[in-house]
Design a protein around this ligand. Structure first.
Ligand SMILES: Cc1cc2nc3c(=O)[nH]c(=O)nc-3n(C[C@H](O)[C@H](O)[C@H](O)COP(=O)(O)OP(=O)(O)OC[C@H]3O[C@@H](n4cnc5c(N)ncnc54)[C@H](O)[C@@H]3O)c2cc1C
Length: 283
């Protein structure tokens, strides 16, 4: 008896964004950032791409570029590289990257762009990018466009990427000085996050914005008045709870935690992020 033929997967390693866009437009193509999600999916038989388009050789996607107005983080910049950047315009990211579960292997291989495109509701990256008011630079067969992170995440594992489009970079504007806090809740030391929260305390406007991931299918942001208080009061916690209840249509659930649990603890995690912002200088 002859064994069934195993479908072959072509491998393409473009050197430029134009080559990568052309390759990604090939029918059945799958783009590889670090491959830490995609390759296990392929091994489990959940994906059977005709072509793997490996972005590793596109050097312009692996750079962090600072200008007076903004910092552009290329899509294939790894967690490990971001951990090392000392750029005040990009708060949250170094701290977040240092806390990615999975150890040095995942931090050295996983990319900011790959995590954004995977759009796991409970992941760290979507929450942080929405909290930072980042913009996603997309490049595809129809040209370039820029989409605010808050609009890029469309649902669980669903983004605004059109077929054949690549995420090329993430712009983070240098905003007014603010104090930042970031926390995540995990089931155990080795678990993925259950809930994540990034807080931006803006002394100029007297408000605090808290973006919470893992509560809904996409990150949600709520705003509270904040006038110089140095602790989170019971009233603040109740207000956070009310605002999150208003903001979330359907509570997210996955194998790690059900919707009821997330509903109960979301405001606690959000309050901890505000406490972290109060306690730090925002770096
Ligand atoms: C053991 C382990 C622990 C982890 N712990 C955490 C954690 O604590 N917190 C957390 O948030 N995450 C965690 N993760 C998830 C981790 O963040 C992701 O594995 C990683 O960021 C995905 O990045 P990647 O570059 O490997 O993506 P890939 O696997 O390369 O790609 C993921 C998806 O995005 C697409 N894609 C990739 N790059 C692009 C691009 N530039 N344009 C268009 N599409 C693209 C791919 O086609 C694929 O569909 C963990 C993962 C593992 C395996």
């Amino acid at each position: 008896m002859t064994a069934p033929a195993v479908p072959e997967t072509a491998y393409v390693a473009p050197r430029t964004v134009a080559e990568a866009v052309a390759a990604a437009a090939t029918p059945g193509a799958a783009v590889v950032g670090g491959g830490t999600v995609l390759m296990p999916q392929r091994s489990r038989g959940e994906l059977d791409p005709a072509v793997l388009v490996d972005l590793f050789g596109v050097t312009e996607l692996s750079r962090v570029t600072a200008t007076p107005e903004a910092v552009l983080v290329g899509a294939t910049v790894t967690y490990a590289a971001l951990q090392r950047i000392a750029e005040p315009a990009v708060p949250l990211l170094p701290r977040l990257c240092a806390g990615i579960t999975g150890g040095p292997q995942i931090r050295a291989q996983g990319t900011l762009g790959g995590s954004a495109c995977y759009a796991n509701p409970a992941s760290d990256v979507p929450t942080a990018l929405v909290a930072l008011r980042a913009s996603m630079r997309l490049e595809g067969p129809s040209g370039s466009r820029s989409v605010p992170a808050a609009e890029f995440f469309r649902g669980p594992h669903l983004t605004d990427l059109h077929p054949g489009e690549l995420l090329c970079g993430i712009d983070i504007a240098r905003g007014a000085p603010a104090r930042w806090g970031y926390v995540k809740l995990k089931a155990s030391e080795s678990s993925w996050p259950l809930l994540t929260a990034g807080a931006r305390l803006d002394p100029a406007t007297g408000t605090v914005d808290v973006t919470v991931g893992g509560a809904a299918g996409v990150p949600v942001t709520v705003t509270l008045p904040w006038s110089g208080r140095d602790r989170v009061s019971t009233e603040d916690r109740l207000l956070l709870d009310d605002r999150l209840t208003e903001a979330v249509d359907t509570w997210w659930e996955d194998v790690l935690a059900d919707a009821r649990y997330r509903r109960r603890v979301a405001a606690v995690v959000a309050a901890r992020a505000v406490e972290a912002a109060i306690a730090t200088d925002g770096s």
